[in-house]
Design a protein around this ligand. Structure first.
Ligand code: ADP
Ligand code: ASP
Ligand code: MG
Length: 810
């Protein structure tokens, strides 16, 4: 014999209820089945909301009521094809609705809604649905659970009377029908016979009670997901189905908020060693999850993560508590007498404070009764009044194999710390199947995500990217991410989720990922305009996040510090931060280090060439950078390679601009500013302290050309042509070429236009290429040479991409 329970979503729509019919009828061919049903999905909530309207005298309760009637009527009309059965069912259902309407009317008139009345009202959901399902299923016989599920009132709550219930269930099912259809959730008080219930989500419990009393072969919980999952799939998109769980693991997860099974459900079947299967009504072929006594060959230390929102932590503290026997007994007895459940306790070994986790809605009562209980101690100053902190969340990681695996707690807290999440309280029982901890409620989603990511890597790792700047580099980067997305997911198990894209005017943000095909359209939408970038990025508070700066903006560079402080890594194509004041550069690096995140800017020098990374690798392995000689400006190299008898200097500058090699204002290149910034960055990476003003400059364009407007500059520029041509001819005769060279020797820096002959490694530097010559203690006689494209959107974007990948591979 099997017990099958179908939740609200499984009886909520025509499609699901027809699937239910098929599942049950197939089972019933081989053995008797008991079907326990919830109310139609959402109806319990509606029943409660409508009663609140009636209570407040709001006439809208009638509309809500009518909508419930219509929903049930439409369902019956569609699924019950036999005329006679349909008419009978309509009669039954309408009778129930008549009663319900009278109750609502009473509430409306009297403005009173007692707990008793509310319990009567919510019972109608299951009473209605069970009638529908009993009529729908071939051979279905409806049984009234209020006849055999009995409760009693304890501490203001309805509690199951187990022995009596078991006995009544056995009697009721003595003559087992082919298919018994039982309304879940509802029960009757053993003393008053009033209608009661087992608590929200209680249909699971009804099913478990019946399964245990009748020694069923299995209890099946049919719901709307493929089984018990590693985490709540509504919060964690990468959660996946767990094949098998032990009762203990399932119990721990349910107790901490895994809504898929109502917590009291596990105990009765566990005692009888009856397995539970969690299955999907919408996908019956999926094997689902099997919950049983003992799981073999299961290597995973952590099986699942669950959480409870709305936690209050009450701290009972005082100097007199140290060594006093009985404080804890008094705390728990007091709370139990008030019917307040405590789901987490943490006590430091100094014994002078105990922290207790309760639900937010119980917090005021808990504080009040505890203050009463300890009134004397508080008055004498031996203890402090209770301190309550609300709006927190409790998270638990669960797995029986934790006890054989060292380092789980270390990994847990390390992961949280790296994400900037501080743990307010924590507890681990000696059974080592659960570590629970409390965080600020605003960090709940982020905590779940980082933990899921770090403990369940078997699927894939997620990196959440904010991309700022959609010009040539940003645009190319987005294109590259889009084209690599699938490959990275399959080959590297890495999901690059772009959660923010901002231009100078607009921004789009979506934690589920932005459609990279049409982000430009999204940026044009009115709702994308005028958003504050910093607030959006920090406000999203998303895990494993990286801010990618593809702009050249000073304002954006000024945001890095606060991003890093919020544990957001920064990857910059923008050179302004790394070349800013030395103190600022060091502070950014230190913040990144302290926070366990990354600040990377490989493309600041030589676009996609591996220059900064190489210098770092050399130094980290104990080498010392003695000298750097480099051509770092693609623009200037282009200009000096283009200049010829028929191409005057001013024309080369114009071409550099037209072909996109120069900065929008070419004076940034000609003044050496760009090269100086790069040289400063390389020198700092090489381990020397330097500011831009320390760099000695030997320029080739007189200073007055850098004053005034860009237009003035373009007008004046041809005046330099004749002089350049004369110098060029001399240079040509000597067999030499011009290179604008940045040099660092033992920390001393300069930039200058140099004349190099055919034997010099810089002589054959084509087009806009860059070259870097590194002389180190190890590479002394033959310096290391890095050469290649030093500018261009594609290679720069690829360099940024490589930086992103270097973060992902930590
Ligand atoms: P039913 O109406 O079938 O009783 P519930 O809404 O009570 O369904 O429970 C199923 C829901 O529980 C799922 O849709 C899912 O959103 C949520 N849920 C939360 N945690 C988990 C988890 N660890 N595994 C599966 N589902 C979970
Ligand atoms: N219908 C009840 C509720 O929504 C019981 C259940 O579905 O398990 O809480
Ligand atoms: Mg449920």
């Amino acid at each position: 014999m099997k017990v099958l329970k179908f939740g609200g979503t499984s009886v909520g729509s025509v499609k699901s209820i027809l699937s239910l019919k098929k599942i049950v009828e197939t089972e019933a061919r081989t053995q008797p089945v008991v079907v326990v049903v919830s109310a139609l999905g959402g109806i319990t909530d509606k029943l409660i909301a409508t009663s609140q309207m009636a209570l407040k005298g709001d006439d809208k309760w009638r509309e809500e009521f009518d909508a419930m009637v219509t929903r049930h009527h439409q369902m019956i009309d569609t699924i019950i094809t036999d005329d006679k059965k349909r008419v009978d069912l309509f009669n039954k259902v309408d009778q129930l609705f008549d009663q319900l309407k009278s109750i609502y009317y009473g509430v409306y008139l009297i403005h009173d809604l007692s707990k008793k009345t509310e319990d009567a009202i919510v019972s109608y959901g299951e009473r209605l649905s069970s009638n529908i399902v009993a009529t729908l299923i071939k051979g279905g016989k409806r049984m009234n659970s209020r006849d055999f599920i009995r409760t009693e009132k304890k501490n203001g709550k309805h509690r199951l009377v187990a022995d009596l219930t078991n006995q009544l269930v056995r009697e009721a099912f003595k003559d087992m029908p082919e298919v018994a259809v039982v309304p879940g959730f509802i029960s009757r008080d053993k003393d008053t016979s009033e209608t009661t219930n087992l608590g929200r989500g209680g249909s699971d419990y009804t099913a478990a009670i019946i399964a245990a009393a009748l020694d069923a072969e299995v209890l099946e919980i049919w719901t709307d997901v493929d089984g018990f999952m590693t985490a709540d799939p509504r919060v964690i998109k990468t959660a996946y189905t767990i094949n098998e769980l032990s009762y203990i693991e399932a119990m721990e997860l349910c107790n901490f908020g895994a809504k898929v099974i109502y917590p009291p459900t596990i105990y009765p079947v566990c005692v009888k060693n009856i397995p539970i299967k969690v299955k999907n009504t919408f996908n019956p072929e999926h094997p689902g999850t099997l919950i049983k006594d003992h799981i073999e060959n299961d290597q995973k230390p952590i099986k699942g993560i669950s959480s409870i929102k709305g936690t209050t932590l009450i701290t009972v503290t005082g100097l007199s508590m140290v060594g006093v026997i009985g404080v804890n007994r008094r705390i728990f007895t007091t709370l139990a007498n008030k019917g307040i459940s405590v789901f987490m306790v943490s006590q430091a070994s100094s014994e002078n404070s105990t922290s207790i986790g309760v639900r937010d809605e119980d917090a005021n009562d808990a504080v009040e009764v505890l203050n009463d209980e300890f009134a004397k101690e508080i008055e004498t100053g031996a203890m402090f009044p209770m301190h309550a902190e609300s709006g927190l969340a409790t998270i638990a990681i669960v797995g029986e194999n934790m006890k054989h695996t060292p380092g789980i707690a270390g990994k847990l807290f390390g992961t949280l710390g790296r994400s900037g999440i501080s743990v307010i309280a924590c507890a681990q029982g000696a059974s080592e199947t659960n570590i629970s901890f409390v965080v600020d409620g605003k960090f709940l989603r982020k905590s779940l995500n980082v933990l899921h990511d770090s403990f369940f890597l078997s699927e894939y790792k997620v990196l959440n990217l904010f991309i700022c700047g959609v010009g040539t580099v940003g645009g190319k980067l987005i294109e590259q991410i889009r084209s690599q997305y699938e490959t990275l997911m399959q080959r590297n198990g890495l999901k690059l989720n772009v959660v923010g894209i901002a231009s100078s005017k607009a921004g789009v943000y979506d934690r589920d990922g932005i459609d990279l095909e049409n982000y430009r359209e999204l940026l044009k939408a009115p709702e994308a305009q005028g958003k504050n970038l910093r607030d959006e990025v920090i406000g999203m508070n998303i895990f494993n996040s990286v801010f990618v700066d593809c702009t050249a903006s000073k304002d954006i560079a000024a945001l890095y510090q606060s991003f890093l402080e919020h544990n957001i890594s920064v990857i910059a194509a923008n050179k302004l931060a790394a070349s800013s004041d030395y103190a600022n550069y060091m502070k950014l690096k230190k913040t990144a280090r302290d926070r366990g995140v990354w600040f990377r800017y490989e493309t600041n020098v030589g676009a996609g060439l591996p220059i900064i990374g190489t210098i770092n690798d050399l130094r980290n392995s104990g080498d010392k950078i003695l000298k750097i000689e480099a051509v770092l400006s693609g623009t200037l190299n282009f200009i000096f390679n283009e200049i010829a008898a028929d191409v005057p200097f001013s024309e080369t500058v114009r071409r550099a601009k037209e072909q996109g090699y120069s900065e929008p204002d070419p004076r940034i290149d000609l003044s050496g500013t760009d090269v100086i910034r790069k040289l400063v960055i390389l020198t700092r990476e090489a381990g020397y302290k330097v500011e831009q003003t320390d760099v000695e400059k030997h320029l080739f364009v007189p200073n007055e050309y850098f004053e005034g407007t860009v237009d003035d500059f373009w007008k004046k520029l041809p005046a330099l042509d004749a002089d350049f041509e004369a110098r060029r001819q001399k240079l040509e005769a000597e067999g030499k070429r011009w290179r604008f060279v940045a040099t660092m020797e033992n920390g001393v820096t300069n930039v200058a236009l140099r004349e190099v002959d055919i034997n010099h490694p810089f002589y054959r530097l084509e087009g806009s290429n860059n070259i870097v010559l590194l002389t180190t203690e190890r590479y002394k006689e033959y310096p290391m040479l890095i050469q290649g494209y030093g500018a261009g959107a594609s290679v720069t974007a690829a360099g940024v991409f490589a930086n992103i990948m270097s973060i992902a591979n930590i």
